[in-house]
Structure formats: C-alpha cells, structure tokens
Design a protein around this ligand. Structure first.
Ligand code: CAA
Length: 387
C-alpha cells in the first residue's frame, strides 16, 4: 500500500534529533544568523557544532561512520536549521550533496577511505559539476578534461559556482574523459585538497546565502590517482544525475525552512503591530495573505516529505519527486518571503529584521541544483518524453 504523505511520522530517534536541532538553532544558530550574513564569512563555529552533534553524516550508513538516518530525518533537520539561517543549513545540505557521488559511485575501498571523515565533519566535501558555459546544459557544454596517463588522470579546466569549494577538504569533480562518447564520456573523481594543480579561484559576492562560500575551482595539469575515479570510466554523468535526484530534496528543505521561518516571523509581527485600532493580521488584507502563506508552506512540506520518503524507498520515481519538491519549495520560499517583507512593510525592508535576509536567501533556491526551468524540464520529460 502506498503511504499517504500525511502518514510520514517521526520515530523516536528522529524526534530526539529534531529536539536537539531546535535547541541548537534557538540557542546558537539563530542568534548568529544576521552576523553570518553581514560578514559573509563561513561560520566554522556552526560547522563544529554540527560535527559535534553528528549532523554532517545523517544519511551515511553507520558502517561508514554516519548516523544511518533516513532522508526524511535529513530533510527535516535541514528545514529546522534553515528556519533561522539558510547559510548554516547549507553546510548540512552540501555535505550530503558532496558525499553522494562516493555513496553512489564509489567502491568499498573508496567508501571506507572517504566517508568516515566526511560523516564526522573532519572533512568538508564539495560537488563540482558547473562550468562557465555549462550550467543547465551540464552534459553538452562540459569542457573540463581528464586524460588518463599511467596510474593517474590529468585534469584541466575550471568549475564555477562551487558551494563550499574553498573550505572543502575533498571535492567530487566531473570531467570529460571521452569527448566523442556523449553521456558516456564523463567520469567522476575525488580530488583532495593540496593536490598539485588544484587551486581555488574567484570568490563570488552574492545576494544571499552569504555565509556560504561560492568559488571557482581551477585544475591545471592536476594529477589525480586513477584510484580516485568513482565508478567506471564514462559513468560520471549518470552518477552526477543520480546525486541530484537525492540532493534536490535537501535544497527543497532549505527553501521550505526559509519560507517557514519567514511565515513565523511575519505572523508574530501581524499579531503585535496595531493599525487602525487592531492587530494588522486581523485586517483581511494581511490575514488572507498569511492564510495563503501558511497553505503554501504546508503543501510544500507534504510534497518534500513524500519526496524524501521516496528517496528512502529508492524507487524509480525519485527523479520526478525530487524535481517536483525542489520546484514547489523553491517557488514557495520566494513567494512567502516576499509576502513576509510586505507584511512588515517598511520594517521588512530593513536589515534590522530578518525577513529581508530570508527573501535574499530564498532566491538561490530557484536557481541552484537545477533552475526551476530545469525542474520543469525533468518533470515534463517524465510525463511526455522528450521527442
Ligand atoms: N538518473 C540516472 N541517469 C540519468 C538521470 C537520472 N536522474 N538523468 C539523466 N540520466 C541519463 C540519461 O538516461 C542519459 O543516459 P543515456 O545517454 O545512456 O541514455 C544521460 O544521463 C543523459 O541524459 P539526458 O539526455 O537527459 O541529458 P540532457 O543533456 O538532455 O540534460 C538535464 C539533462 C536534466 C538537463 C541535466 O543536464 C541537468 O540536470 N541540468 C541541471 C544541472 C544542475 O542541476 N546543476 C546543479 C549543480 S550543483 C549545485 O547547484 C549545488 C549547489 O551549489 C548547492
């Protein structure tokens, strides 16, 4: 029997984890959020907090040092953190994104070599797919090359927009090994920090998620041991796509958390702020806005939890559900945060209130891990094929 989304309940372990996360968020992360945004510096203290509380390897199986938790638990954790600080939530989400190529494409030796340090937080990890002219068209326009030379591959090229690329100890990189072979001409590699020929380039200045460094990575005559290739030569693009199927729900969770945080703040404000003799929330213009925001947040939440449940079940429809969850939650994040700013009026536009940061942070969830247009492409191809 198919489980209805509303039946996705917490188990005891998940309840405990979420209580602990709520406490961390209330005491340590929420109070840091405005400062993280203002300074634009990676919050190493928050990363340490996550590592100490085993939050950096939730879906990594326990035999590789992770918590062995479900994707449902993982997305709920990202959501809770993002309610207060989207940049901090991204630390957890990108740790998952970066480890997935190893989980999906790695052999036993590679999993034992890389995953325990990622799970413990000793190593941060990044995922490097995007290039200057290869964003949405990840396959057709990829230029970074990997040429086999003896026991190594020599990597040459640049990746851009790599989240946490400058703080990562290991990076999963996708490169063309056979330009003639189309989707079977890309391979995946783990490149370790300090490898000669691997360097960090430009740091982007961004509208939002300012505490999360987004950088260019440069590979110049960079020799990577063949033992660091994930999967067979030519399997890289499929690994990259399978990763996105399981990581897009993490970004959807970040988006949902931002929306839920903004809704909570706007609701509290609408109960306190008096205009024309009563709280503004009791004026229909504002009350109905809040009603729509609440309805959107809850419908996005149901869709996300169902997508995460399908990630746990591992069925063939994960691609579809991950894309739908990312699409829905990203759009809800943008509309709800925009409306939250409106509810606060002039105060909403001020950096003294968190909703302007939330609105800026929301925008990226409609862009990264596949734009909303790419999600629609993925969904429509599942419905009617591609011609
Ligand atoms: N699972 C397994 N295999 C898949 C797959 C999936 N979900 N999706 C595609 N494939 C396979 C196809 O079956 C096909 O295989 P064959 O050639 O053997 O038949 C091959 O991959 C190529 O697929 P397509 O023909 O569909 O490829 P395409 O060029 O038409 O484009 C795309 C596919 C969906 C548009 C893809 O390029 C895409 O997802 N683009 C967006 C990229 C993206 O999301 N980037 C995000 C970067 S990471 C990030 O943003 C992180 C961050 O900062 C936090």
């Amino acid at each position: 029997m198919t489980m209805a989304p509303t039946e996705i309940a917490s188990n005891d372990e998940e309840t405990m984890i979420l209580e602990m996360v709520r406490e961390l968020v209330a005491e340590k992360i929420g109070p840091r959020a405005a400062e993280i945004d203002a300074t634009g510096e990676f919050p190493w203290d928050v990363k340490e907090l996550f590592a100490q509380n085993d939050l950096l390897g939730i879906p990594i199986p326990s035999e590789y040092g992770g918590l062995g938790g479900t994707f449902v638990t993982y997305v709920k954790v990202v959501e809770e953190i993002a309610k207060a600080c989207a940049s901090s939530a991204l630390i957890v989400a990108v740790q998952e994104l970066g480890m997935l190529p190893i989980m999906i494409g790695g052999d036993e030796e590679q999993k034992r070599r890389f995953l325990p340090k990622i799970a413990s937080g000793e190593h941060l990890v990044a995922y490097a797919l995007t290039e200057v002219s290869s964003g949405s068209d990840a396959l057709g326009s990829m230029k970074t090359r990997a040429v086999k030379q003896g026991d190594n591959y020599v990597l040459d090229g640049q990746k851009i927009w790599i989240t946490n690329g400058s703080v990562a100890d290991v990076v999963c990189v996708f490169a063309v090994t056979n330009p003639e072979a189309g989707s079977r001409g890309v391979s995946a590699f783990v490149v370790e920090k300090g490898t000669p020929g691997f360097s960090v380039g430009k740091l982007e200045k961004k509208m939002g998620i300012r505490g999360s460094p987004t950088v260019e990575l440069v590979f110049s005559d960079c020799k990577v041991p063949a033992a660091n290739r994930l999967g067979e030569e030519g399997e890289g693009f499929k690994i990259a796509m399978k990763v996105l199927d399981k990581s897009r729900p993490g970004i959807a969770a970040q988006a949902l958390g931002i929306a839920a945080g903004a809704l909570e703040y706007a609701t509290g404000y609408a109960k306190e702020r008096i205009a024309f003799g009563k709280p503004i929330g009791q004026h229909q213009g504002v009350g109905f806005m809040l009603a729509d925001m609440k309805t959107e947040v809850e419908s996005a939440r149901l869709m996300l939890y169902e997508a995460a449940r399908r990630c746990d079940a591992g069925g063939p429809d994960v691609t579809l559900w991950a894309a739908m969850a990312k699409l829905k939650c990203g759009d809800v994040a943008m509309s709800v945060t925009t409306d939250a700013v409106q509810v606060l009026g002039g105060f909403g536009y001020s950096v003294d209130y968190p909703v302007e940061r939330m609105m800026r942070d929301a925008k990226i969830t409609q862009i990264y891990e596949g734009t909303q247009q790419i999600q629609r492409l993925v969904i429509s191809r599942r419905l009617v094929g591609r011609g």
